[in-house]
Write a protein that binds this ligand. Structure first.
Ligand code: HEC
Length: 151
């Protein structure tokens, strides 16, 4: 009965409490299309860029009958109200220049260049683990720096 356990794992454990959500067009769309599935934790604990919200809303939208227009409105609403805020104490690995990587993380010039070149070619990193595959970058060093990095 493995599939039952698998199905249970898929149950979303959070609801987007309507009264916790800021006013705006997106609030009604969430009540109409999203709350049917979500129970428990507030949507506000998520902080995402517009691009990230767009991909989540598009993915979730496939499970609803919401129109593309409603989903676009919802993406704008979420990106405005729950934006990704950069933590200034951390180095954003998707934005930092090679110089910043050297100065703030004490990486070697070679490592910093390798990271920036890799990022230019492959796009944004999602976690520190993504940095481990970059040739010429010391994995143990990256692992020890993980709490100082943001993405
Ligand atoms: C048919 C049920 C269902 C509907 C409708 C639904 N969701 Fe979800 N949602 C899920 C499930 C299951 C998960 C956890 C698994 C996953 O991420 O696919 C989830 C996960 C999420 C996450 C976390 C995703 C992440 O990457 O961390 C967000 C945010 C979310 N939903 C938002 C929404 C929004 C906004 C809507 C309305 C447009 C919505 N959901 C509609 C079932 C649903």
């Amino acid at each position: 009965m493995k599939w039952i356990a698998a199905a249970l794992l898929l149950l979303p454990a959070f609801v987007f409490a309507a009264d916790e959500l800021p006013d705006g067009a997106g609030k009604e769309i969430i009540a109409k299309h999203c709350n049917g599935c979500h129970q428990g934790v507030a949507l506000s604990r998520y902080q995402k860029t517009h691009e990230e919200w767009d991909s989540i809303v598009t993915r979730m939208g496939q499970r609803t009958v919401a129109s593309r227009e409603e989903l676009n409105t919802l993406t704008d609403y979420l990106a405005t109200n729950f934006p990704k805020v950069d933590d200034p104490t951390k180095v954003n690995m998707n934005k930092a220049t090679a110089k910043e990587l050297v100065e703030r993380l004490a990486l070697s010039d070679k490592e910093a260049e390798a990271i920036v070149t890799y990022r230019d070619r492959h796009g944004n990193f999602r976690t520190w683990g993504d940095l481990l595959v970059i040739y010429g970058v010391d994995g143990a060093k990256i692992e020890s720096l993980q709490d100082k990095l943001s993405f």
